[in-house]
Design a protein around this ligand. Structure first.
Ligand code: 5AD
Length: 353
């Protein structure tokens, strides 16, 4: 019988495990296992990225959404939400502020809002790229057609985040209404990759009905898809949603998955997500210790931020972006890391084995 250390060493060497081994690694909560996997993932992060942490300016462009995901606070059925949409001018203003603060990636994230049609977005992407040619633009705007994704890519968007949410078809059906399709979501991810986007998939940990077997499927999918970015955060209940009374996902399990992903895909861009900071607003440092190398401070105007509530208890709603960044720099400093003024693109190591 392999010890957990053997499993972790095998994962590091072969970048893969059997389903049973992944299962064993996910469900082993012994402190020695956590310490060993955390130390390894952290050392890989350091080996690849040194003490540099990439920052992304997150601009939550709209909380209108035509989707109705059972877990999400801005689902279309939630009539308690006060809806907003930023104008191109608002967004460019936030980019200007972000640029001065050292951001070199802007992430435009929003619900699936039909007002953000291809022309509007392409125009916006052009404007950002024209003013800030040394910056990357990441989009996180949900499912769109191939034609639309192509237009956005040709307009200059560099990256696209679209969490797969769960790699288990039945589980997908438990988290979403029947008009939302597992196959369509997966298809979108493969399309984004094919078009040339640096593509991010990802999942929530501890969504209702999730089992360790499903997490094994997620890891299997992540390995096969080989994304440039992976977003993993705990599920947190959101008011006025079908899941409002459900239990939150485990931060420890989230950290374990971050470490596994860092070991399996050493160069991957792996954010310590805002959801990780549910009990303490500087808990992103725990993500960094587990192997994360990206932080996405909120660059949304503060009055809009409090309306973009995917879940209850979101961190960093009130602080100005300047203050968020100052405390981020301080916190990183105390753990021997620093914010890097860099686009922070995905790079494959040359001598990668
Ligand atoms: N808890 C945690 N994460 C959530 N997301 C949406 N709703 C929640 C929630 N209640 C995540 C989804 C989505 C991303 C933008 O936010 O994974 O893809």
């Amino acid at each position: 019988m392999k010890t957990e250390r053997d499993l972790i060493d095998k994962l590091n060497k072969e970048k893969n495990l059997t389903d049973m081994e992944f299962h064993a690694l996910i469900t082993d909560t012994h402190k020695q296992t956590t310490d060993y996997i955390t130390a390894l993932a952290n050392s890989i992060r350091k080996e690849i990225f040194g003490n540099h942490i990439y920052i992304r300016g997150l601009i939550e462009v709209s909380n209108y959404c035509k989707k109705d995901c059972y877990y999400c606070g801005i689902r279309c059925s939630n009539t308690a939400v006060s809806r907003y949409r930023l104008s191109a001018g608002d967004i460019l203003e936030r980019c200007a502020l972000g640029y001065n603060l050292g951001f070199r990636t802007f992430v435009l994230q929003g619900g699936e809002d039909a007002e953000f049609d291809d022309d509007t977005l392409c125009h916006l992407i052009h404007s950002i790229k024209e003013k800030y040619s040394d910056c990357a633009v990441t989009l996180s705007l949900g499912e769109r057609s191939k034609d639309s994704y192509r237009k956005l890519f040709n307009a200059g968007a560099d990256r696209y985040l679209l969490r797969h949410e769960t790699a288990d078809r039945e589980h997908y059906g438990m988290l979403h209404p029947s008009f939302q399709s597992f196959d369509k979501r997966m298809h979108c991810l493969y399309t984004l990759k094919e078009l040339g986007f640096q593509t991010g998939c990802g999942l929530m940990v501890g969504t209702p009905g999730q089992t360790p077997e499903m997490l094994v499927k997620d890891l299997r999918f992540i390995r096969k898809f080989n994304p440039e970015m992976v977003g993993i955060g705990p599920f947190l209940p959101a008011s006025n949603t079908p899941f409002s009374n459900m239990t939150a996902g485990s931060v420890e399990m989230t950290l374990r998955l971050l470490s596994i992903v860092r070991i399996m895909l050493p160069e991957v861009l792996l954010p310590a997500t805002t959801a990780l900071c549910i009990s303490n607003k500087s808990d992103y440092t725990r993500g960094i210790f587990a192997g994360s190398n990206v932080i996405m401070p909120n660059l949304t105007p503060t009055d809009a931020r409090k309306k973009y509530l995917l879940y209850n208890g979101k961190a960093g709603i009130k602080d100005t972006t300047e203050d968020l960044l100052t405390s981020l720099k301080d916190n990183l400093n105390t753990i021997g890391c620093k914010v890097t003024v860099d686009r922070g693109d995905y790079r494959k190591r040359e001598n990668n084995v």
